[in-house]
Write a protein that binds this ligand. Structure first.
Ligand code: FES
Length: 356
């Protein structure tokens, strides 16, 4: 992975999904079609200058890989700079900078597969799952998909119509269950959040968990953690569990203000795009990413909260500590990879590379 490579894409359409979310479809020119081919579950990083600020966010692609469309969904978050911009100001014909698709929370479709996939999603965590469901049902004729989808109420359900259409097209291979936390249901099982108790009840009644080959979990940390613990206790191997965290407030994080250069701290040498640069980073201050950006504006980043891995680098020398890590695997951490937006130097000298 090297520094994020942005291309300018034209917005083809902005379509309302709910009162507070829209789907944005990009026009991808023929010469870039190969670069924007994606695997279901991947995301793009979108960059815009909003009121003078360089704002970047990662958004999962929600369209079917078979469709060839590049489409993301954006829910407006209170105080969210980017999501408010997209929901209130963005229009067809506008241009945005967009990276090619990336990410490892994926479902690789294979027409010879005969699988049962089960996804547990909540809120806007449906976006990567939406792409997986649509692609799988279209491209794997012998596979089935079960979706357990949690939302606040009926009006807040993203892709309500699209999911119903898929259910109509593939009635024998797509099982869809909605769970609403703030709306009464004649069947109590479908009321409330998706938590351990709810999943235990489902697995002992209407969901045949034993037949599931691959599990996809996407939503807030509490839901994902509960589901993982339960699946492990039932003997599901980690290799069959795929997870991605979606924070309700992940767009509420504004870009950090530029940090001032300092002479107090660790000397951090980093390679980015083949070029090595040096900066000094305090051990107890802002994260390494902020100091890297103060000397190299081309450094990759997106969420700034440890959830997207855009800012990933590898420690070649020295020691760092991370505040949070919501996306690197233990294997990647053991190999020395870090999220620079969450990392602080510990040793007096640190050598990093973003060119992984
Ligand atoms: S910028 Fe997303 S994990 Fe660091």
């Amino acid at each position: 992975m090297t520094a994020a490579e942005f291309h300018t894409l034209t917005v083809g359409s902005v379509d309302a999904l709910t009162d507070d979310s829209v789907a944005v479809t990009f026009d991808v020119p023929n010469e870039l079609a190969e670069s924007y081919r994606f695997t279901p579950g991947q995301h793009v990083i979108i960059r815009a200058e909003i009121d003078g600020e360089d704002v970047r966010r990662s958004y999962s692609i929600c369209s079917s890989a078979a469709s060839g469309d590049l489409r993301v969904a954006v829910r407006r978050i209170d105080g969210g700079v980017f999501s408010t911009f997209v929901n209130t100001r963005l229009a067809a014909g506008d241009s945005l900078s967009v990276t090619p698709p990336t990410g490892e929370f994926v479902l690789e479709p294979d027409s010879s597969n005969s699988m049962h996939y089960l996804a547990i999603a909540a809120g806007s965590g449906i976006t990567p799952i939406m792409s997986m469901i649509a692609t799988t049902l279209e491209e794997e004729p012998d596979s089935a998909f079960t979706l357990l989808f949690g939302n606040r109420d009926g009006l807040s359900i993203m892709f309500l119509e699209e999911l119903a259409t898929l259910k109509d097209r593939f009635p024998a291979r797509f099982v869809l269950m909605h769970f609403l936390s703030r709306e009464m249901n004649t069947i109590p099982l479908f009321e409330g959040r998706i938590d351990t108790g709810k999943l235990e009840t489902l697995f002992s009644s209407v969901v045949d968990a034993e037949s599931v080959d691959e599990w996809y979990l996407c939503g807030p940390a509490a839901m994902v953690d509960d589901a993982i613990a339960l699946l492990r206790s039932r003997g599901v191997s980690d290799a069959a569990i795929h997870q991605e965290l979606f924070f309700a407030d992940r767009d509420a994080v504004r870009p950090a203000p530029p940090v001032a250069a300092t002479e107090e701290g660790s000397v951090v040498n980093f390679t980015l795009g083949g070029r090595t640069t040096t900066t000094v980073v305090p051990t107890d201050g802002a994260p390494i990413l902020d100091y890297v950006l103060s000397v190299r504006r081309d450094a990759p980043f997106s969420c700034r909260n440890g959830a997207c891995a855009s800012c990933r680098s590898i420690v070649l020398e020295g020691e760092v500590t991370m505040d949070h890590n919501w996306c690197l695997t233990q294997e990647e951490v053991d190999a020395g990879q870090i999220l620079t937006c969450q990392s602080h130097p510990v040793s007096p000298n640190v050598v990093l590379s973003f060119d992984i």
